[in-house]
Each structure stands twice: as C-alpha cells, then as structure tokens.
Write a protein that binds this ligand. Sequence first.
Ligand code: MOS
Length: 741
Amino acid sequence: MTAAAPEPKENMGRPEPRIDANAKVTGSARYAADFMVRNPVYAYLVTSPIARGTITGIDDSAVKTIPGVLMVMTSDNTEIPGPFEFFGKGGSASTSMKPLESKRVWHDGDIVAVILAENYETAREASRKLKIAYRAEVPSATFGSLGTETVLAAKTDPTFQDAKAGDFGKAIGEAEVTIDAEYGTPTQHHNAMELFSTTAEWLGDHLTLYEPSQMVTTLKFGVAKQLAIDPAQVRVVSPYVGGAFGSKGLTQRTALVALAARKIGRPVKLVVTRDQGFTTATYRAETRHRIQLGASRDGKLTAYFHEGLEVSSRRDDYKVGGTRNSVAMYAFPNVLTQVSIVRADRNTPGFMRSPPEVPYMFALETAMDEMAVKLGMDPVEFRRINDTKTNRVTGADYTSRSLMQCYDEASKAFGWEKRSAAPGSMRDGDWLIGWGCATATYPTQMSPAAVRVRLEEDGHILVQVAAHDVGTGAYTVIGQQAAEWLGQPLAKVEVQLGDSSLPPGPVAGGSITTASVCSAVIMACTALQTRLLGYSGRKAMDGLTGDKLWAVFDAKGLTTLEEYAEWTPKDAKPGTMAAFKNGGTRISGGTLKDKTMFAFGAEFVEVRINARTRELRVPRMTGAFAAGRIMNTRTAHSQLMGGMIWGVSSALHEATEIDKRSARYVNDNLADYLVPVNADIGTVDIILVPEVDEAVNPAGVKGLGELANVGTAAAVSNAAFHAIGKRIRELPIRLEKLIGA
Ligand code: MOS
C-alpha cells in the first residue's frame, strides 16, 4: 500500500485502481465533444460586451459574405418554444434567462447570437464580423453598487427559513466574552479542465445530446420542456466528464443548440470557449458575513449570530444559505441567522463544490479561532468543549459524529502539541511559521436511484444506472459494491453510467452518488439472490455468493438473470420516486427533523510567511476525515486530497475579478484566474478515520466528494494569523493583505 492507496481500516473497502483508468490514460474514454456525428455544423456563441441594456440593431451583412456561414441566430429569427424554469422555483434550469428571448441584455456575456457554419474557424470569424449596436445602461456589479436590490432569502423561497433557537439577544447581552466580525468570500468559477460543450443530433423526431453533464436524467426532461417536446424523444449521452464541480447542470446553451440542429437539419456541435464559460454557466456567488459569538469565560458558547449576504442575478434568486447547516456544528444554545440575496446585473450563480459550506464555514471557523484566541484557549480544546451530539436548532441527534476523533488523529499526526500559542512566536530564519486548524463538514445527503444488475452466463455482471463519474471514482465504487455484495471479483463487473437511456440515476451533486447508488445496488443484488434462492430450494440467503451463486444459476440453465431496483431514502417525502423518475432532482438529508447526518473532518495547516516580503507558502497540511463507510480508500484519499488542495486554492488563489464600472469579469481565462500548481502545494497528509453509521442508508456511506475543501480556507487564514498576528477576514489572502502586520 502507498499513501495514495491506504490500507483499509474498519468499515473500509479495498483501494482498487479505477476501472476506467486505462480508458482515461490511453484516450479511449470518450468525452462528450469527442463523439463523432455525421456532417456536423459548428456553432459559435456571440456574447454581450455590456452588462445591462438593449440591443438596438444587428447588421449581419459582413457575415453573409463569408463562405461557409450557414445561419445567424438572433432574437429576430429564433424562439425557444418552452419555458426556462429556474431550479430555485421548482424547475431544473440553472437560470430563467432564456437565450435570444428578447433584445434585453441581462448581464456581461449574455448570449446575443449564435453563428452556424461549416467549420469552427468560419463560425468564429463570423462572430467577430457580426455588428451589434447596444444602448447601454449603468449596471450594478456587486455589493455596494448603486441599483442592487436586497431581499430576504426566506421571502424569495418559502421552503427556506432562517434558523433560530433560544434567545440570542439576551444571551449575547449576558455573554462574558464576545466577538463581532465581518467576513467575505469572492466570486469563483469552476474552471473544469473540460470545456462546456453540446452536440445535438436529430434522427426524425428523436434528439440525441452529447453533453458533459452531472444530471443526464434531469437534462433530458428539462430540455424536453424547454423545447416543448416529449421527454421520450430525448436521449442524453455523457459517459465521462472532465470535471464538473456543480457547473454542468442545465445551462442556457443546450436547448439553443438542439433548436439550431433542428432548424438547419444537420447535427450541430458547440464547444464554448473558456471565457464564454464564465458567463454562460454558473459560478460561486460572492458572499459577505457578519458573525457574533458569545461565550462564558470557561469557553462554553452561549450565542451565535450569522448574517449572510449573497450576490445573485437580476432575474434569479440563487441562494447559498449555509446557516441551515452551520447552526448544527457546535452546541449553540441561542442562535439567530438571516440570509439575504443581493440582486445585481450578473449571470445567475449556482452550485460549486460544497456550495453553502465553503463560504459559511470559512466565516464560522475563522470566528471560532478568533473566539479561542480571545478566551486564551487552544482552538482544538475550544471545539471539544463545544462539541455536540445534537443540532440545537432542530433538537435532532446526530446519527454519528466523529469530529473530535478527527481532531485527535490529525493533531497528533501534525504535531500540534509542539505549537506555541502566541502569534509570531514560531520562526525559522526569515520565515514566520503559523499553525492553524479548522473543521471540515458536509451534510450526508441522498437521492432516489434506480439500478439494473444483470448476471450473464459467462460470469460477466453488468450494472447500469444513469449516474455519473465526474472524476470521482463512481464507476469503480459502484462496481465494488456489486462485486462485494455478490461475492464476485471486481474484474467481472462492468458498470455503465452517464446515459439517460439507463435506469434513472441521481444528479452528481450534493455528494450523494455513492450513498444513493450503492444503496440501490444492494437492493438489486439482493433481489437477484432472492430470485436464485427461489430456484435453488434453499431456505436461507446466507452464503449465496461467489461460486454458489453461479452454481444455482447454472443448475437452472439460465443464460441471463436481471433485476431492476428502485431505492428511495427513508426520509423522502411521498411521491419522491415518481418525481425523480420524471427528471426531478430530489435530494434529502443533512439537517432533518428527526436526525442530523454529517460527515466531518479536522484540518491542520502550516503556513510560512516571509518576514520581509510577506510571501506566503503552505508547506504541509494534515486532514483526518470520518464519512461512514469508505468504499475505496484510494478514491477516497484522492477526493480528500483534491479537496484540501482546492481549499488552499480558495484561501490563496481563486477569485473572479469584476470591473465594478462595467460589471464585467476581468480575468476570464486560465492565465489570470489563479489556481494552484504543484509548486504551491506541499505535503498533504490524509487520514481516514473509521466510522460505522448504519442509520444513514443501507450502504452506510456518508459521501465525501465535497467534504475536504470545507474549512481549509479558515485553517489557512487561522494559520496566517498565528504566523503574523494579523486577522484576514476576506478571501483570497494575497500579499497586499499580509503587509502592514
Ligand atoms: Mo456539487 S456543487 O453539489 O455538483
């Protein structure tokens, strides 16, 4: 075993290499834009250079003279027939802003035309020659801009309530020690390596879409609605996805490309450019926070106030809403929270890896460190004193919570006991050393899932579900679940994902895939065994695995045996499965009325800040995580390590800069949008903490895809404070913020 493939401990599966590894490294794995279609037409988007205003004229005379240009689609000749229903209002679209709907421009980079041509270069050239005149208005860019509107999230979404408990006002008034501070997180874009793309091909009335997607079932139903056609006419194919992180949902382009293909009578392929991806898909909303904490002198928290403000678009109230979960983190007896949306002239933000937790836990975990400092208490001990087995807001107990085990294991491995508490007291030559820590967390969520498992006479086992492997290892862990349950070698199992013609699978979001699909795999495998048991005349299921399973199969003279199973989470509302099968994303879990389910981690970071230049380096990090059953220690390690690296990225590197005058993104490319490179990341030590939780779901899995990038930014900023004694409350932490301490 190596560090990348840790030895399994209790309740952990083998570190099997990814079953799709060969296909990926040899180039035989086909990503959406790799699919060949016959005689394709190439599309190129034309996007708005202004953020607010109206199109006053379109002149395509220069375009028409370019050989190979086939069509210019604008609001004059194009109308997508069905509605764009925003998911925040019960639909599935990432925005209600239907492209080419009118002459109105809603944000920078709004789609204003589509060029169709015989090849990509011609379409691109034509996009430069299309003349569009605008009447521009002064846009509102962000917090503090003139013309924004602020609305309470609870008013925009009746299903959202601001969490509260006890009497915050009284408790903060009586608290012996208090802190009151403001925090901020920037706009960030997913920037998956794989660009957004859509290829649409009609065969008669039937549409096939090749598109990198984390929700093929929802996309099928959603696009059908936008095109006003029967969902049975649509198939979405997306076997491999080159990174998604929340960005590959139902964005604006899909219906447009499908419509283009129908109009022109040929398949149409669109690969969106990197910069256009910044404005035609979603992103992480910019947030501001005010936190007040009250505690007794012995370190018991008595009061927690958290106000969140989040930038969204003019048309859609996308809500991050991290307070629902943050209130469950510690034993807060008195809680008051309020979330507001700030509408600006922006494209609509959306999910990005750990959407609520990343900004809200940055604020809370920095505030926790500030309070520990004020109390003169070790930050780990402060969290131990305030550890809880109950969400005080709902009164519901945790099914399991291993936060302090994570702190104990990670602090030991990190060497935390050697830390001297005073800021600036640890030094190595020119380098001021800071050690900081923070809590990582993610709610345990689930979706319905349907799975088909087939046994074939040559020993081959096929598992089919329209779930997705967005780089996480889903192919492998789903295969492992079937192999383990049936007692078969993994090499005999084939897994098919990412095609809407397969049984409906969950969205690859909310870290739900492993828990949901593995629970359904268990159901389907059990159904197969029950059927074989019936054929065998045996009474007990015990041991109907391995060769015994095939012995019954052969004795009955079978060539194939197939079972289909639909699994619904226990806590799901009535009608959930039916809604799910019609394309509805139905995610439940986390903070429920009668139980609280979260995965946890503890992260420790060393920073070194140069005493003269203020350059900041992160030579090492240690994280310990508990997330119920770990299906595969290799893929889990990879997800957690990648998460912590992204955490450093959100602490130090990533921010989409916006020009406040024009409300336009400035650094919409991978040269100016900073992400860490190898030289930015030192040692990342990942510890898997055993945890058994049979209450969460039949698979016992909590999910960890979005766990480890939560809290990291706070751990880095807490470490920076420890190094130089300056508290940085706004991300990213860049050189200029470290000067003057
Ligand atoms: Mo994830 S941001 O829930 O796709």
